[in-house]
Design a protein around this ligand. Structure first.
Ligand code: AMP
Length: 286
């Protein structure tokens, strides 16, 4: 489909069309950036497009709500979808093409392969979302393989996901350079997320405790409080604000994601917790 008054952005729906378009740009000497998303786009996603355009001449986004990365009882069915609105936002951000395959194109009958990175997916979010990162690695491998872009941009908001994708791309000799993009936050500090749309006004107000608890834990650790005490205080703060289950509140090595009991270079504070029915994640550098 070419851009029209109805749709401001070219949309392709098959891997062959995607690769054809990317190859044509590359043959003309242009570098191409790929920005994979699940849609319901916000300013955080658009920052990835901007970052892509810093490093390439052309940005291509993908939107695919990947069933393989949702567990039973998760929000696959109700995940927000707005392709027309997303296409307009992408066009406004300078994106040149949208790849939006359907599930049958991505996973046709007989599909039998999956990509599993060992180790990293067992930690943090992987402990409560078994199989999630296998779904992520599989779909990202397919997207990278289909596009063969020069660079692909992923958000640091999903720190563990970025670490896993970097590992996979290095291990599988994927020629696309993987680039991270800093977290885009609302004016009050809450990380933007498509899932913030699920929050009631009260939950949205309480959710702010997540970045605040991370910042407080960083301050406490840097001023000498033992890491375990700072993390426990962070969890308590989330509970006090109304979060239900706290999946983790950890200090970890930014690359290996192994838990740290003492501050170290490259350490990251990461948390995941549920408010109402919505699971939120966030992280900051120590
Ligand atoms: P999603 O659509 O949630 O799968 O996210 C698609 C990409 O956007 C992922 O690489 C995310 O890490 C990234 N992303 C989502 N929210 C943000 C944010 N607030 N800041 C930066 N990147 C983000």
């Amino acid at each position: 489909m070419t851009a029209s008054q109805d749709c401001p952005l070219d949309i392709v729906r098959s891997p062959a069309e995607l690769r054809g378009r990317v190859r044509a740009w590359q043959a003309a000497g242009q570098r191409v950036a790929l920005v994979p998303t699940m849609g319901a786009l916000h300013a955080g996603h658009l920052a990835l497009v901007t970052k892509g355009l810093d490093q390439a001449d052309v940005a291509v986004a993908s939107i695919f709500v990947n069933p393989k990365q949702f567990g039973p009882g998760e929000d696959l069915e109700r995940y927000p979808r707005d392709e027309a609105g997303d296409a307009a936002k992408l066009a406004g951000a300078g994106c040149s093409l949208l790849y939006a395959p359907d599930v049958a194109t991505m996973y046709p009958p007989g599909f039998a392969s999956f990509v599993r990175v060992a180790g990293l997916p067992d930690l943090l979010c992987g402990r409560v979302r078994p199989g999630h990162f296998d779904g992520v690695a599989t779909v990202v491998a397919k997207l990278l393989s289909a596009a063969q872009a020069d660079v692909a941009v992923f958000g640091e908001k999903d720190w563990q996901q970025l670490a896993i994708i970097r590992r996979m791309a290095a291990d599988l000799d994927i020629g696309t350079q993987i680039t991270g993009c800093g977290i885009v936050r609302d004016t009050d500090g809450l990380a933007l997320s498509s899932r913030n749309a699920y929050l009631s006004a009260d939950e949205r107000a309480a959710a702010l405790a997540l970045p605040q608890a991370l910042i407080a834990a960083r301050g406490a650790i840097l001023s000498g409080l033992p890491v375990a005490a700072a993390l426990a205080a962070g969890s308590r703060r989330l509970k006090g604000a109304g979060f239900g289950s706290i999946d983790y509140f950890e200090l970890a090595d930014g690359e290996t994601l192994h838990s740290l009991g003492t501050p170290a270079t490259g350490a990251r504070l990461l948390a995941a917790a549920v408010i109402g029915k919505t699971r939120l994640i966030d992280n900051i550098a120590l």
